[in-house]
Ligand binder design. Structure first.
Ligand code: 6PG
Length: 233
């Protein structure tokens, strides 16, 4: 199968290692930030959770970015108490946000401690004021989920910008996610996908399976060799 023909992909890049993948995407984020700030004065970015994005954030914190003009959102959040070490915002703070000169008022955490429904409603109201995002960074799970949009979950067809998620197969079961509508509206979408565990989902997407990640249109896909050991052509 030819990974370059990944449905809906704007571009596919296979990096040797997760480390290079992280560095390359960090560079892309810094470029997109500088272009958005030059064009519109602000860069609105949604961060992803997961180990692959974390590597990217650890690189990004060393790059020159005008953080005072960056507004940070989250693609999804686990319904856990504020400050819980398992929350995606906790990871992002440790790897990036706590290490750079970004005003705390520019960081828009999902208030998932309120419960999925209340938090999603509040976050949707916030997103209505900023949409579209300039960039959505996205991971992909082994089952093809992205953000907290899992295969077969009713949240996939919820049209609100931020949606409550129940019965997620990956704990915790209760989450909040940006919807397909909000993610697809972003000016740029970038997937970071590393590790052999992702091969099966990539193959399914190539075969045309409508997994959640496949429903993000015109994304840039950054993979590592472990995720896609085949050739690009
Ligand atoms: C979560 C994570 C999760 C993650 C993917 C990919 O809230 O459970 O954010 O959705 O993004 O599972 O993660 P890796 O990059 O670690 O494979």
């Amino acid at each position: 199968m030819n990974i370059a023909s990944l449905p809906n992909a704007q571009a596919v890049v296979v990096h040797d290692e997760m480390e290079q993948l992280g560095a390359a995407v960090a560079q892309r984020v810094a470029e997109l930030a500088s272009q958005a700030i030059a064009a519109r004065g602000t860069f609105h970015v949604a961060l992803a959770g997961g180990e692959t994005p974390r590597r990217c954030y650890e690189k990004l914190r060393h790059l020159p970015v005008d953080w005072a003009h960056v507004q940070v959102y989250f693609g999804d959040e686990r319904c856990l108490p504020a400050g819980d070490a398992q929350r995606n915002d906790h990871m992002a703070y440790g790897a990036l946000l706590g290490q750079v000169a970004i005003p705390s008022t520019n960081i828009h955490a999902i208030p998932s401690e309120l419960g999925a429904s209340a938090a999603a409603a509040r976050y949707a109201t916030l997103l209505q004021q900023v949409a579209p995002l300039d960039l959505a960074l996205l991971g992909m799970g082994e089952d093809g989920h992205t953000a907290s949009l899992f295969p077969g979950n009713p949240a996939l067809s919820d049209q609100a910008l931020a949606v409550p998620v129940f019965n997620a197969p990956k704990p915790p079961a209760e989450r909040v996610s940006l919807s397909l509508t909000a993610l697809n509206a972003a000016r740029q979408k970038i997937f970071l996908v590393a590790g052999a565990g992702k091969r099966d989902a990539l193959e399914q997407i190539l075969r045309g399976e409508p997994l959640p990640a496949a429903r993000i249109a015109s994304a840039e896909w950054h993979l590592d060799r472990a995720a896609w050991p085949g050739s690009l052509r």
